[in-house]
Design a protein around this ligand. Structure first.
Ligand SMILES: Nc1ncnc2c1ncn2[C@@H]1O[C@H](COP(=O)(O)OP(=O)(O)OP(=O)(O)O)[C@@H](O)[C@H]1O
Length: 282
């Protein structure tokens, strides 16, 4: 069984990849991603951009090794063409054990992660859970310090550690979810809209947390985000998707300056407009 190579570079390789959802409820198999290719260098940060329904979450969930995780069979993602590997592990027919080995190194923040926190656990236990699940032997003091540092960066008072998800605002829950995704020190973080639902004042704190994490660990990141602050602070390369296909790929500044595809031009304009809105809000 292929063992993940954390030092692999590129850490993610995607070649002519197509991904589908199974036929269900009388419908046909649906191809959500079609012929996408890119490499993500170790230590790099790339953003997946594109309108709703363009295939970003499907691609992100599949690359995070969570393509067959969904309890609902109809949400299981199948590789129907091309190839993809993460840390030199092929994602074609990734078995349960190989998947578990890989996901130990790949952090995944799913879409609207703040809404899916276990309601019975308080914030402290939610943060510790990934660690405790892996091993009962851990340095409680060092972890406590690390949690306190992260709480400080995202401006959550330590008293929140005792609170339950229902006692938190949507944006606070999302901040807890992002911290939780970092607890196992993933070498690759794949995050779907990490600032979604977080108000404009607190979005930069999530950006700060991800930047802090990257400075500490040199982790690689694949982010789905249209948050201009996040793109400016962290992202080097972008892949722009439309209807499951790639319509732009490359250095973030180059791609928006010389956008030759109509949709990429529109996106560049929209992002600039967002930036002005944010400045106006301050
Ligand atoms: N379980 C499923 N079964 C069938 N089709 C699905 C399923 N989940 C998503 N899709 C379809 O796959 C396509 C891509 O969806 P995906 O969620 O990957 O897009 P996205 O770019 O992440 O959009 P958003 O930004 O709205 O999350 C969409 O047309 C969507 O309707």
């Amino acid at each position: 069984m292929a063992k993940p190579v954390v030092e692999a570079d590129p850490i993610v390789r995607v070649s002519d990849l197509s991904l589908s959802y199974p036929a269900h409820a009388g419908g046909r198999e649906f191809e959500a991603v079609e012929g996408v290719s890119f490499d993500l260098a170790r230590g790099g940060v790339m953003a997946l951009l594109g309108e709703s329904g363009s295939g970003k979450s499907t691609l992100a969930r599949f690359l995070a090794g969570r393509g067959s995780d969904a309890g609902d069979r109809s949400a299981r993602i199948r590789l129907t063409g091309g190839a993809a590997s993460v840390m030199d592990v092929s994602l074609r027919r990734l078995g349960r054990r190989a998947g578990a080995r890989l996901t130990a190194y790949v952090g995944h923040l799913g879409q609207d992660a703040g809404a899916t926190l276990t309601p019975e656990l308080n914030v402290g236990d939610l943060l510790l859970e990934p660690i405790v699940e892996r091993s009962k032997h851990f340095d409680r003091e060092a972890l406590g310090e690390r949690i306190a540092e992260m709480m400080d960066i995202v401006a959550l008072p330590l008293a929140k550690l005792q609170e339950y998800p229902y006692e938190l605002s949507k944006g606070q829950r999302q901040r807890v979810a992002v911290m939780r995704a970092l607890m196992l020190d993933p070498a690759l973080l794949i995050a779907d809209e990490p600032t979604l639902g977080v108000d404009a004042n607190n979005r930069p704190k999530i950006v700060d947390l991800l930047r802090w994490y990257r400075e500490r660990t040199a982790a690689t990141m694949l982010l789905i985000s249209h948050d201009i602050g996040m793109l400016e602070a962290l992202v080097e390369n972008v892949l722009v998707m439309q209807h499951g296909r790639t319509v732009g790929h490359g250095d973030i500044n180059e791609i928006f300056r010389h956008a030759d595809h109509g949709y990429v031009q529109l996106l560049a304009q929209a992002l600039r407009a967002t930036a002005y809105d944010e400045i106006a809000e301050e």
